[in-house]
Design a protein around this ligand. Structure first.
Ligand code: AMP
Length: 171
């Protein structure tokens, strides 16, 4: 399978007026499509000696956890502020719709770890930029950034120059 666009649904004006939400539930709900998407990432990163896969709250967890199992490595969550129970580093950032703070446990992975960051959608890039900052606070070595969807028009990559971003589908 190489066309995943049929499994991504546009929801106009969600969660607020003016945003076209990219709904990935059709992709996740189809075993063949979901497996094929994870397999594309697995083939790309299996020879990269990844130590840890990081998922961004909340849909990034789905991709990251599936890929971590497939590659036989650990999973680390980056979560919204106030959700993680241990000591955290935090970064506040602007979203396509609103403002938020992300957090990571201070002991999430050892300094110098080879990490792969996963999320569902790259939109304006604020979420990913904040996540990169958190990973860098811990001294992580970012080997890859794997996304299901990149919304090119929003130019999120401009906020995250010189990072190895790979997106499965571009719109
Ligand atoms: P941004 O910080 O603007 O790149 O937004 C990225 C985060 O917000 C991702 O974690 C997505 O889950 C979510 N998001 C932003 N825009 C959309 C969209 N149009 N459709 C689906 N999710 C989105």
């Amino acid at each position: 399978m190489n066309d995943f666009t049929n499994y991504i649904r546009d929801i106009p004006n969600f969660p607020i007026q003016g945003i076209t939400f990219k709904d990935i539930t059709p992709l996740l709900g189809d075993g063949t499509a979901f497996n094929a998407a994870i397999e594309v990432f697995a083939e790309k990163y299996e020879s990269e000696s990844i130590d840890t896969i990081i998922g961004i709250d909340a849909r990034g967890f789905i991709v990251a956890a599936a890929l971590a199992l497939r590659l036989g490595v650990g999973f680390v969550p980056i979560r919204k502020s106030g959700k993680l129970p241990f000591e955290c580093y935090e970064v506040t950032y602007d979203l396509e719709y609103g403002r938020d703070t992300l957090a990571i446990h201070k002991d999430a992975f050892p300094e110098g770890s080879r990490v792969l960051i996963c999320d569902d959608v790259l939109a304006t890039g604020g979420t990913l930029a904040a996540s990169i900052e958190l990973v860098q606070k811990l001294g992580g070595n970012i080997i890859g950034i794997a996304l299901l969807i990149e919304l090119k028009e929003l130019e999120g990559r401009k906020k995250i120059e010189n990072q190895p971003i790979f997106s499965l589908v571009e719109f």
